[in-house]
Write a protein that binds this ligand. Structure first.
Ligand code: DGL
Length: 255
């Protein structure tokens, strides 16, 4: 095992306590919706967020490259003393979460999973639409979730990379954003989807627009709150909940 890896493991173990921050990373600003959900649920936690703008988008990058980037972000977060890492990116979760857990077995990791299960359970039409990146659809997690929970449901997939571009530009309203949302969502609705799963952390930033387009026809489901609950469970189980922090929220943008 490489020496650098062992030393980062040691550093991560020695630095962590309840008052340590929780780390987040994504290809860009998308995962901020996950950090917001986390902060609403656990207002006494400090956070550090890495937006890997220099390598955004992740959606069509090879898994090996995303693993390399994800390991770099985790090393940075652990070097800053993070007690837990939330992979606030579906694509990075799909490509890298198994490797991250194997590399740092003593660090709690929380990943993203498209909310296929709740959508399937609530669907009346038997058709749900999932919007995500190609990388997420290629992942084991997505395939296994569908195989487990959606055997009797038609799951329509839709890659919507242009949503990532819009969100990175801060263009979440206006005619261009609306046209992009309509172009992706209308075919899913026309095919009978009564639930739309946002399987990329950039997409909740367009949720008001997606809800407006789908109004009366489909409900929009996204997992940020469920991820925040899972993070809380993991911290509680390890005695790492912070009773008195919450004033420090760092944002790091890679360039
Ligand atoms: N926000 C990411 C995700 O959840 C990545 C999108 C991208 O960079 O392509 O998948």
């Amino acid at each position: 095992m490489p020496v650098a890896l062992q030393s980062s493991k040691t550093a991560s173990r020695s630095n962590r306590s309840a008052s340590s921050p929780v780390g987040f990373f994504d290809s860009g600003v998308g995962g901020l919706c996950v950090r917001e959900a986390f902060r609403r649920r656990l207002p006494h936690e400090d956070t550090i967020y890495i937006a890997d703008t220099a390598h955004c988008p992740y959606g069509n990058r090879p898994a090996a490259e995303i693993i390399r980037l994800a390991r770099r972000h985790v090393r940075t977060l652990l070097a800053r003393g993070c007690k837990m890492v939330v992979v606030a990116c579906n694509t990075a979760t799909a490509a890298a979460i198994d490797v991250l857990r194997a590399t740092w077995p003593d660090v709690p990791f929380v990943g993203m999973e498209p909310a296929v299960k709740p959508a399937v359970l609530r669907s009346k039409s038997g058709v749900v639409g999932v919007l995500a990146t190609q990388g997420t659809f290629n992942g084991r997690l997505y395939r296994e979730t569908c195989a487990r929970f959606a055997r009797k449901t038609t799951v329509l997939t839709c890659v919507a990379d242009e949503f990532v571009t819009l969100v990175e530009r801060g263009e979440t309203t206006g005619p261009r954003a609306e046209a992009a949302v309509r172009a992706r969502v209308e075919p899913l609705l026309a095919a009978g989807a009564d639930h739309l799963v946002l399987g990329c952390t950039h997409f909740p930033h367009l949720k008001p627009l997606i809800e407006q387009v789908a109004a009366g026809r489909a409900k929009v489901v996204e997992p940020s709150d469920a991820v925040a609950r899972q993070a809380e469970r993991l911290l509680a189980a390890r005695g790492l909940l912070n009773p008195a922090g919450g004033n420090s929220h760092v944002f790091i943008r890679s360039t």
